[in-house]
Design a protein around this ligand. Structure first.
Ligand code: PRX
Length: 632
């Protein structure tokens, strides 16, 4: 690690309060904090105790005087052909209208609002409107199916849900409304009101007394002014569900002030993006990257954010680079999978656009392979590619090169160093001692976690402690559930998860969740899902099923039909993003004598590797079946 980055980091750990007190000046406060950090009840950290602020004020209102006419949000849909630019002033008006609508629907401070929406500007108005009135938003990715949505409804218990008639993908409408209706039917505690944005893409039948139309209400509320609530620093701002080891997704709960400060600081130190510059993050608001770097980060920074609905390849694979050229994008954020998709196309699509404005392209969410990083950097005329590593739980990078502090060389395959605020340790899996240079360890952080990281699991403090702080005895560490090494120069290399989480195109999925979805299929007795390396998407889920009547399916056609039926069950229960690439049928799954599934052996075989340690395997014929199935 070089000098300035190292010194910045050292200070952030050795003088946490001093460091984060300084960073607090990156945002506006309604009341200054009385105490920077309260860590009297570890591992719970409370940042900026006593302070009062508002995320929406910081993202919108505070820019009105100096940059009211500047572009705040550029909405581009290559699916519908719509393009619309909102200045900070216009954004302010739209967000107030949305806030006023929510209030009229009975939303009060502390209430939850569930946002299940495609990538449209109204989704961002909705998030900011919630922040404005102190409601806690929970955005659920539009690709999730009705039962997943219902589970999140029951956990968050929103008073209002906001949705739309449909999304669009690859030129086709993806209707949402029937999923909303189905989820409300499945949920034990459905929202009282559903606010619907009618894009005119798919027919909708309104449920009397529950469904309300946004366009009509917007007209009524467009001139309303709604002040920003003075939120306590530690008031929750949002819940975002993510997958873990168990089938039940966890509601990551974020605070208000810590998150605002963390994002404001990251825009300077990590992203090195100036106010007034253009930030283009290609993620979706349903994921943490979208929350932090489509919505809050760039807007808190006074930058222009580009909100894009569409594929990276339509109308042609040069679309993103034409956006970079047209809007003078300085900073971009995307995923390695997207870069790999583009790499398969003719490079002329990239080079035909002038991408000189682009200083850096940040890639995160999954490992970035060297050929992809090199290719995209060359195709972009040498723009720097910054691999950064983090999680839904942290809300902002745990590791990254920090060019806002110092220009440091990057190494392929490494997200560089720990970011300020994270006291990272690599812990040996069985001795629980710290490992040496280039040795593999579990990547852990010494609590308190820095501002912006999860406060707790929504409604379940015990699960928070048990999930994240018990991998190493003594509750001394937060576990990232990733393995990593660190070289002599301090550069980290991420080696993959220690748990049953897989990463499909940068989307985090629990194998247990997929197994539970498959088990809904009436013929399935038992199932094991593993993540298998995939050239394009990083990993793909692969399923091995035991059917209820145990007899092997005799014909190839029969197997194909059953495979399709299992895949359709996953689509219906969880969503197509979790659909296994293949479903194999066996009559026995490999287990240990104590009944534990040997997932790692199945995964190794599926990836063409040796099955590993099999001393505890109960019935060797089970593995033979897996091998035979994989060959078929
Ligand atoms: O396994 C790590 C992987 O993605 C996980 C977190 O996923 P999610 O909660 O969806 O948050 C993504 C935020 C960018 C991590 O535990 N991961 C994330 N970034 C990288 C990565 N693996 C390798 N390299 C990365 N840069």
């Amino acid at each position: 690690m070089t000098n300035n980055v190292a010194a910045f980091h050292k200070r952030s750990i050795e003088d946490r309060e001093g460091f984060w007190a300084e960073q607090a000046s990156n945002i506006d406060w309604f009341a200054k904090p009385e105490k920077i950090l309260d860590f009297s009840n570890p591992p719970f950290a409370r940042w900026y105790v006593g302070g009062k602020t508002n995320l929406c004020h910081n993202a919108v209102d505070r820019h009105l005087a100096s940059r009211g006419n500047q572009r705040a949000l550029v909405y581009i849909s290559t699916e519908t052909g719509q393009e619309k630019i909102y200045s900070y002033k216009e954004l302010h008006q739209e967000v107030q209208a949305m806030a006023s609508i929510l209030k009229s629907l009975g939303v009060k401070r502390g209430d939850r609002v569930l946002i299940y929406m495609p990538m449209i500007a109204e989704a961002i108005f909705a998030m900011l409107a919630c922040a404005r009135i102190g409601a806690i938003h929970s955005v659920v990715f539009g690709g999730f199916a009705a039962p997943s949505l219902a589970a999140r409804i029951d956990d968050a218990q929103p008073v209002v849900m906001i949705s739309a008639d449909a999304g669009m993908r690859n030129g086709k409408e993806v209707p949402y409304k029937h999923l909303v209706d189905e989820a409300c039917r499945l949920a034990e505690k459905p929202p009282a009101k559903v606010l619907l944005i009618n894009r005119g893409l798919a027919p909708m039948t309104n449920v009397q007394g529950r469904d309300v139309d946004y366009a009509a209400l917007r007209k009524e509320h467009l001139s309303e002014s709604v002040p920003c609530e003075a939120m306590l620093a530690t008031d929750p701002s949002y819940i975002l569900y993510t997958s873990g080891t168990t089938g039940k997704p966890k509601g990551v709960q974020r605070d208000t002030a810590g998150y605002a400060v963390a994002l404001a600081t990251s825009m300077k130190a990590i992203f090195d993006c100036k106010p007034g510059e253009v930030f283009f993050c290609t993620s979706d608001i349903g994921w943490v990257v979208g929350h932090s770097y489509i919505v809050y980060g760039p807007l808190i920074n006074g930058s222009t954010t580009i909100v894009y609905e569409g594929m990276p390849t339509l109308p042609d694979p040069g679309i993103w680079w034409s956006i970079v050229q047209r809007f003078g994008v300085s900073t971009m954020f995307s995923s390695p999978t997207a870069a790999r998709v583009l790499k398969k196309q003719d490079p002329k699509f990239m080079t035909q656009h002038n991408t000189k404005s682009l200083r850096r392209l940040f890639l995160a969410g999954e490992p970035l392979d060297e050929p992809t990083a090199k290719w995209i950097s060359e195709a972009l005329g040498g723009a720097r590619i910054i691999d950064n590593y983090w999680q839904t739980e942290t809300g902002w990078p745990i590791m990254a090169a920090q060019h806002g502090i110092e220009d440091t060389p990057t190494k392929f395959g490494s997200p560089s160093f720990a970011c300020y605020g994270y006291d990272l340790r690599l812990i040996h899996e069985s001795t629980f001692e710290e490992v040496g240079a280039n040795e593999k360890g579990m990547l852990c952080a010494v609590p308190p976690l820095p501002p912006g990281c999860l406060q707790t699991v929504w409604g379940d403090d015990e699960r928070f402690v048990k999930t994240y702080f018990t991998s190493v005895p003594g509750k001394k560490y937060y576990s990232t559930f990733d393995y990593a090494t660190r070289d002599e120069d301090g550069y980290y290399f991420i080696l993959g998860r220690t748990d049953d989480v897989i990463n499909v195109a940068g989307h985090r999925l629990g194998t247990r969740e997929i197994e539970e979805a498959i088990q809904v299929h009436p013929n399935v007795a038992e199932v094991a899902v593993v993540g298998v390396a995939d050239q394009l998407k990083g990993q793909m889920p692969l399923a091995f099923c035991v059917l209820k009547n145990q007899a092997p399916i005799q014909t190839a056609d029969g197997r194909k039909a059953e495979e399709k039926a299992v895949m359709a069950t996953v689509d219906k229960e969880l969503g197509a993003i979790a659909r296994p690439s293949r479903v194999h049928f066996v009559t026995l799954l490999p287990k240990t004598r104590s009944g534990k599934l040997l997932r790692r052996s199945m995964q190794a075989l599926a990836e063409g590797r040796d099955a590993g340690d099999l001393t505890t395997l109960e019935d060797p014929t089970a593995l033979e079946q897996i091998k035979a199935a994989l060959k078929s």
